[in-house]
Design a protein around this ligand. Structure first.
Ligand code: ADQ
Length: 490
């Protein structure tokens, strides 16, 4: 089983004196104001959890956009700061984007074109030429930032996600000695879908600048290879999952991401979480109830309206479940500057209100909707007490919520209801699988979860916990880093 220490050991042993650089849009540490005081927070993110030990061991450099309101006040003249701030072990370099750059690069092309294009959720992508030009310019800005640090050295550059599809090619043009790898955190659709993007060939060519390109699951790798095959002149070695183009090779492989299972399990039993459990049970009147939860960024890909529809059907068809079952939906507002997200927020609020009005009584509220960036302690408390958790994404690269729920169920008692359209469904075979569009079956699965025999519930949960223990976030980090290190060839 991989741990933080063994991941560090791997780096110490095999990196040598090659610089290690991570590039992502989001930064691992953000400086904000608390009143007049500056505070540093590390946003809860699986990615930072996996990469932090790796960065510490390599004493590397992490390049990301400075987005915190106090970020600019704590860096040096090169926009750098040693992190973690109390005991610096590696360097964070912040890149500053203008309003127009942020609008075109992040809100525009990344989130209004690539996000809907890669998720089959039937939201039309917006292909705006102005946004595309800014996306290209910001990718160049990051390429210059990497080059300013590594020059002609043989450095290892590990890029995160769909914000930087063009960066690998730009880097390889500037320094062919670099080892470049990228992890694409969202699905890759099939060629018929991807080719509607007017610039799909440039995007695919940009990604083929990578020596290694990782997706969560094999299916996304196949889709990518198919897209390459049908978009560009190249040779595909399917047996080894390699694209050969102009003498360059790109290895395309799945690396299913995960969570820090051990830490989440430990936290679930901490005194802080126990206290929070007492508080929420009391405040929301949950004593003796069968509790279901949903935990999501509010995004149209997460299938929240579909989930509410199934719950509505539950109380309509099975009135005996009234007063007994309470569903708690924790929803973090997300990307609210993007027009595509306003509708989903309104729709969810209206549906919750309608269900509570239709079925609620003076002593029972069927759905408790806690909209906000909920604290890790509150999330841990709800995960620990929930009898079932629903993940009903219409399409999702992996979905960490499913794995966080399992990790928090230290009592080995709980049921995961999981959409077949998540990457997680490929691993978590003991979940109750649903098609979120099939409301009848979805409702039936909720009933099954509520009434599952305790022995079966426990056996399924034990197997799920074994699965996430074995493939934890450090397994992901170690597998992908081993692959990157083996590319350096010495
Ligand atoms: P996301 O689309 O953000 O990630 P997900 O994997 O579910 O989706 O991660 C969401 C994270 O936000 C989880 O850690 C969760 O606990 C947290 N969160 C959700 N609701 C919250 C709330 N109300 N308050 C506070 N925190 C909340 C993208 C891809 C996924 C892929 C990940 C990692 O879309 O498919 O799993 O990257 O690669």
């Amino acid at each position: 089983m991989w741990t933080e220490d063994s991941l560090r050991g791997l780096i110490n042993e095999r990196l040598g004196d090659h610089p290690f650089v991570v590039v992502s849009y989001r930064e691992p540490y953000v400086h904000t104001f608390e009143g007049r005081k500056i505070q540093c927070i590390s946003p809860p993110s699986g990615l930072a959890t996996a990469l932090d030990p790796l960065m510490r061991a390599s004493q590397g450099l992490w390049i990301a956009c400075g987005t915190g309101e106090a970020d600019g006040m704590v860096v040096d003249e090169e926009s750098k700061i040693g992190v973690p701030p109390q005991n610096p072990e590696y360097t964070l370099k912040r890149i500053w984007l203008s309003h127009d750059e942020e609008r075109g690069f992040y809100w525009g092309f990344s989130n209004e074109a690539l996000w809907p294009l890669c998720h089959i959720a039937f939201a039309s992508p917006v292909f705006n030429e102005g946004d595309w030009n800014i996306y290209k310019a910001v990718n160049r800005l990051f390429a210059d930032a990497v080059m300013a640090e590594v020059g002609s050295q043989k450095a290892l550059v590990f890029i995160q996600d769909y914000h930087f599809a063009l960066l690998p090619r730009l880097l390889k043009q500037l320094n062919p000695e670099l080892i470049v790898a990228q992890f694409w955190h969202i699905p890759w659709p099939n060629h018929e879908v991807f080719r509607i993007c007017p610039w799909h060939e440039e995007i695919v060519d940009g990604l083929l600048g990578n020596d290694l390109l990782g997706f969560h699951i094999q299916y996304h790798c196949f889709n990518f290879l198919e897209t390459v095959d049908r978009s560009l002149e190249s040779r595909i070695d399917r047996e080894n999952s390699v694209v050969v183009r102009g003498g360059e090779r790109t290895l395309v492989k799945p690396f299913p991401i995960s969570v820090d299972t051990e830490l989440l399990s430990k936290n679930a039993e901490s005194p802080e979480v126990e206290e929070e459990i007492e508080r929420v049970v009391d405040e929301y009147d949950l004593e003796g109830k069968c509790i279901g939860i949903g935990v999501d960024r509010i995004d149209y890909t997460k299938g929240i309206p579909e989930r509410l529809k199934a719950l509505d059907r539950l109380w309509e068809k099975y009135p005996e479940e009234k007063e007994k079952v309470v569903f708690v939906q924790l929803g973090a507002p997300s990307r609210m500057r993007s027009g595509g997200y306003w509708g989903i927020n309104d729709r969810i609020s209206r549906m919750v209100e309608d269900i509570n009005w239709k079925y609620g009584t003076r002593t029972w509220k069927p759905i408790i909707y806690l909209r906000g960036n909920n604290s890790p302690t509150m999330l841990a408390a709800f995960r620990h007490i929930a009898h079932f958790c629903i993940v009903s994404s219409l399409h999702d690269g992996m979905n960490l919520v499913a794995k966080e729920y399992i990790s928090s169920k230290t009592d080995e008692d709980g049921v995961l209801i999981l959409s077949e359209f998540t990457g997680a469904a490929k691993e978590l075979r003991d979940a109750l699988e649903i098609n979120p569009y099939d409301t009848g079956d979805f409702t039936q699965k909720i009933v099954t979860a509520i009434h599952m025999d305790p022995q079966e519930r426990r056996e399924r949960m034990i197997r799920l916990r074994e699965q996430v223990k074995e493939n934890n976030i450090y397994t992901w980090g170690s597998n992908i880093v081993s692959e990157i290190l083996s590319l350096k060839g010495d």
